[in-house]
Ligand binder design. Structure first.
Ligand code: DX5
Ligand code: ZN
Length: 228
């Protein structure tokens, strides 16, 4: 079985108690924290920045923080997120004037680098930088908001990205983001994804009856992956 990773998107968490929310999803078995950064310019929403990433580290979070930058320009914030403790920094190629340079900037600080592909963005941006990415993130919604429906064309794109990764022989993770939940995670895994962002499906399944409020949903996601 591939080394599947579950990355809850804290965009759908209760920000009034973010540290506890992150502790809870990690205790329930999540592998990393997906951290959505939006600037009201590249995408029509405004979220959280490096101070919040640093606060999670100071709170004691040791799991990788997967910082998905939906900001333009990206380069200055890359440095800020690395200083704030990011484990991955991914960005959209349309948001950088010099994609190769931005990727190198991330990796030069020992942080894993990734490119993010909107639903209409071609994978050809990878043609000359495959050796400079640690993660390919396929968007299965248009970026900006949690709770949107999965766009089925992302499955073909995942298959194409999987072909490229396998042909390269490089240890590149293939992440999917948007509309992922218990009902479709197995099909997404069969299309080649190994890293699954899920925001609303996880945080809306909060169950105060359980010892850990997110055990049930994380187990259901893992169960689907085991049968994929
Ligand atoms: C959307 C963000 C996603 C979002 C996913 O722009 O990149 O990470 O939080 O949320 P769900 O899982 O609810 O679609
Ligand atoms: Zn995201």
């Amino acid at each position: 079985m591939p080394d599947f990773k579950i990355a809850p998107s804290i965009l759908s968490a209760n920000f009034a108690c973010l540290g506890q929310e992150v502790d809870d999803v990690l205790a329930a078995g999540a592998d990393m924290v997906h951290f959505d950064v939006m600037d009201n310019h590249y995408v029509p929403n405004l979220t959280i920045g490096p101070m919040v990433c640093e606060a999670l580290r100071k709170h004691g979070v040791t799991a990788p923080i997967d910082c998905h930058l939906m900001v333009k320009p990206v380069d200055r914030l890359i440095g800020d997120f690395i200083d704030a403790g990011a484990g991955y920094v991914t960005f959209h190629p349309e948001a950088s004037e010099h994609v190769d340079r931005s990727l190198q900037l991330i990796r030069s600080q020992g942080v894993k680098a990734g490119l993010v592909f909107n639903p209409a963005t071609p994978l050809s941006y990878l043609d000359y930088v495959m050796d400079k990415v640690d993660m390919i993130l396929i968007m299965s919604v248009n970026p900006g908001f949690g709770g949107q429906s999965f766009i089925p064309a992302a499955l073909d794109k995942l298959r194409e990205a999987r072909r490229r990764i396998d042909a390269s022989g490089l240890p590149i993770r293939l992440e999917i983001d948007g509309g992922v939940g218990v009902e479709n995670i197995a099909e997404i895994a069969r299309a080649g994804a190994d890293t699954f962002v899920s925001g609303s499906a996880i945080f809306k399944a909060r169950n105060p009856e359980e010892a850990n409020r997110y055990d049930g949903v994380i187990q259901r996601l893992r169960g689907e992956l085991a049968g994929a």
